[in-house]
Design a protein around this ligand. Structure first.
Ligand SMILES: NC(=O)c1ccc[n+]([C@@H]2O[C@H](COP(=O)([O-])OP(=O)(O)OC[C@H]3O[C@@H](n4cnc5c(N)ncnc54)[C@H](O)[C@@H]3O)[C@@H](O)[C@H]2O)c1
Length: 284
């Protein structure tokens, strides 16, 4: 199926990134969020990202002009998804919420519409079971910040049809991304490895093995990681990382995935990372 119109549901950190990049790449995009303030904030963020791209000479100004025309918002879910060829969901990492939304997507969109989740860890097979069309459901796991990160992890649920995955891949590639294909398993390839490293880095920080800066430097300079595991936790959001870690611990059982105490404490204290100005580091 040829995708031309994309609905992005949830316009937080990931949703605004996906919507902006899709509009820039030639798709007609409609964004929806239950919180109208988040839609306004997403528009502002997208404009900032586009401006940065133009200022750095990475994106031609005409492309931004055209993207702006293709990017729309909706105030109701049904209006957002009714005409979509592909719906990309980017709401918080909660299975109940995703299932409710996927059932609504099926009811409110066309019989061919592809239904994708940007989940970092949850089962696509389980999300798809909330619909009567699991062959049209797939995972499209983008990375933060979407405009910059080159990967999309395509997740194949138990019933995902090959043409669904192929259509998802075509969209991701049109957005300038490279894909990997992963079968439905907790945390897929990326989050499973990322959480293993991030959790261990937090436990080392907690034990006083080294400072946050030096733990991050160890991976940056010693292993050529572009960003250290604690800085990455700040970037992703500590609440998001905690939810993924809890899910992987429940599903896989290994102590590797047991959320570190310091992660729980910091989330309770509101130190959620970059988005609030404080996590393992301070941000002005
Ligand atoms: N943050 C990351 O780095 C990252 C990376 C890859 C994938 N993800 C995944 O992407 C998803 C979204 O994460 P995020 O960091 O963007 O979260 P976020 O909290 O920044 O944004 C979520 C948005 O969803 C909205 N929302 C909540 N319920 C809704 C509903 N019923 N209908 C429409 N909108 C609703 C919220 O108002 C909010 O704006 C999660 O599944 C997460 O695991 C996150």
């Amino acid at each position: 199926m040829q995708v031309e119109r994309i609905a992005v549901i949830g316009t937080g950190t990931m949703g605004n990134g996906i919507a902006g990049q899709a509009a820039l790449s030639g798709f007609d995009v409609v964004m929806f969020d239950v919180d109208p303030a988040r839609v306004g904030a997403a528009m502002d963020q997208i404009e900032r990202t586009w401006k940065k791209g133009v200022d750095r000479g990475k994106v031609p100004a005409e492309k931004v002009e055209a993207g702006r025309v293709r990017l729309k918002t909706a105030t109701e879910l049904d209006a957002a998804v009714a005409e979509a060829d592909l719906i990309i969901e980017a709401v918080p990492e909660r299975m109940d919420l995703k299932k409710t939304l996927f059932a609504a997507f099926e009811a409110q969109s066309g019989p061919q519409t592809l239904l994708a989740s940007n989940t970092s860890s949850l089962s696509l097979t389980e999300i798809a079971a909330a619909t009567g069309c699991p062959e049209r459901v797939l995972g499209m796991h983008f990375f933060n910040p979407v405009a910059v990160m080159p990967l999309v992890e395509l997740v194949r649920g138990h019933h995902t049809a090959p043409e669904t995955l192929a259509a998802g891949q075509a969209v991701a590639e049109a957005m300038g991304k490279q894909c990997i294909e992963v079968n439905d398993a907790p945390g897929f390839a990326t989050s499973r490895l990322g959480i293993a490293l991030g959790n261990e880095a937090m436990r080392m920080f907690e034990e006083g093995v080294a400072s946050a800066e030096d733990i991050d430097k160890a991976m940056k300079l010693g292993y050529r990681h572009p960003i250290g595991p604690l800085a990455l936790t700040d970037l992703v959001g500590l609440d998001v990382r905690l939810a993924i870690s809890e899910h992987l611990y429940r599903e896989i059982g290994s102590d590797t995935f047991r959320p570190p105490r310091i992660l729980r404490q910091m989330v309770r204290a509101g130190k959620l990372g970059r988005k609030v100005g404080q996590g393992f580091y301070r941000y002005d």
